[in-house]
Design a protein around this ligand. Sequence first.
Ligand SMILES: Cc1cc2nc3c(=O)[nH]c(=O)nc-3n(C[C@H](O)[C@H](O)[C@H](O)COP(=O)(O)OP(=O)(O)OC[C@H]3O[C@@H](n4cnc5c(N)ncnc54)[C@H](O)[C@@H]3O)c2cc1C
Length: 415
Amino acid sequence: METRHDIIIVGAGMAGMTVALALAKGGLDVVMVERMPLSAQVEATYDGRASAIAYSCFRQWQALGVGAALEPLSCRMNEIVVTDAHLPGAATKKPSPFFLHFDAAEISDRSGDEPLGYMIENRHTRAALHEAVVAAGIRLITPAKVAHIKETPGQVVLTLDTGEVLSAPLVVAAEGRNSPLREHAKIKTIGWDYGQSAVVATVKMEHPHNHVAYEYFLSSGPFAILPLTDNRACLVWSESHAKAKALLEVRPELFHAHLMQRFGEFLGQVELTGPKFIYPLSMALAEDMYRGRIALLGDAAHGIHPIAGQGLNLGLKDAAALAEVVIEAARLGEDIGAESVLERYAQWRRFENVSTSIIMDGFVHLFSNNNPIVRVARDVGMGVVNAIGPARRFFMEDAGGATGDLPKLLRGQII
Ligand SMILES: Cc1cc2nc3c(=O)[nH]c(=O)nc-3n(C[C@H](O)[C@H](O)[C@H](O)COP(=O)(O)OP(=O)(O)OC[C@H]3O[C@@H](n4cnc5c(N)ncnc54)[C@H](O)[C@@H]3O)c2cc1C
């Protein structure tokens, strides 16, 4: 039997669950399809990452009722220090005289005393979003995948591998960067492998992190120390694929020795608090945000390098924009999967998604480069931005996701 809904969302990752909540709060009938049971996704061994969430994106979660569950698990990121570094002992040495220092206090009059962002472990975010999805009465079909797709003039009919048949005038592909629905829609991607993988680990530190995030640019790739609750930090250590694999496989004592040799006494005594994870780094930017009645959202539309922690934030901004466009179209009695509606979504998001992907790609090439001329140029660039107050403040507000034409949810308002 076929069940009809307003919107089918395929992929219940953090972006997919956020848009589901926003659409359901706007009165639409949403169903989700996810290949991986949520109980597996919140295991400590599933995803070791923590994400830096821009304050505007965090406001969206607050507006959707997820803020109370996430606040105790979030660590304010009040300052960010970005600098070039040399090995060994990169963080112990005096920083390069050309560095960037962002301090939330500088824009507190405009941001309402928000931090530059919040650091939250992905598994906590998934659990909180999942709880909210269940509480909102959204049906989540899992484990399940789409086995067959039929597009008719007014709707898309999806047959799942469970045998269930769903139909809707709009389907959202939120399946991450290898989106099968994007392939079905024949939307091409532009992208490449960076030849780097990120090793991610959580450590408990002896010295207080004071809510400061550090990003060191080394020739092998960036190394970030991102503050978490309980004086822990999430390390994102980028290396060539082979070295990253070796770091993943070495015994904890050897990993610890590498860490201390590289970063000296900066962190004080450091203790690994869980497993290490590895993520190959690549870019995959979709040429279109929609085709037919299938709209792309999150990494399905733009998978980028995590050099500045922008990937999920872009997906959360997609969620806010798509929800606003679709809810308003429904209220006006429009066909929510029509090209005229999805084009409004694409126009809202296309520029930021493409420009951020290109800028992040440029950063990767600029900062993973040991050419002395390039090093001098980037150091001077950082020094100049750091010295000019308005430029520094612009970058801080941009990192907070508070620039441009913001959808209501990113301003903390419900649609
Ligand atoms: C090391 C690292 C650090 C990062 N740090 C940050 C950061 O600090 N800040 C930030 O903003 N971003 C960060 N990112 C990027 C961020 O993790 C991603 O952008 C984000 O997870 C994408 O979310 P998503 O919901 O779009 O996709 P995903 O998280 O990939 O979720 C997709 C969902 O779809 C499901 N799925 C897949 N295929 C199917 C299918 N065929 N059928 C049904 N379901 C399917 C999957 O199981 C999954 O649940 C980082 C990335 C890396 C690698």
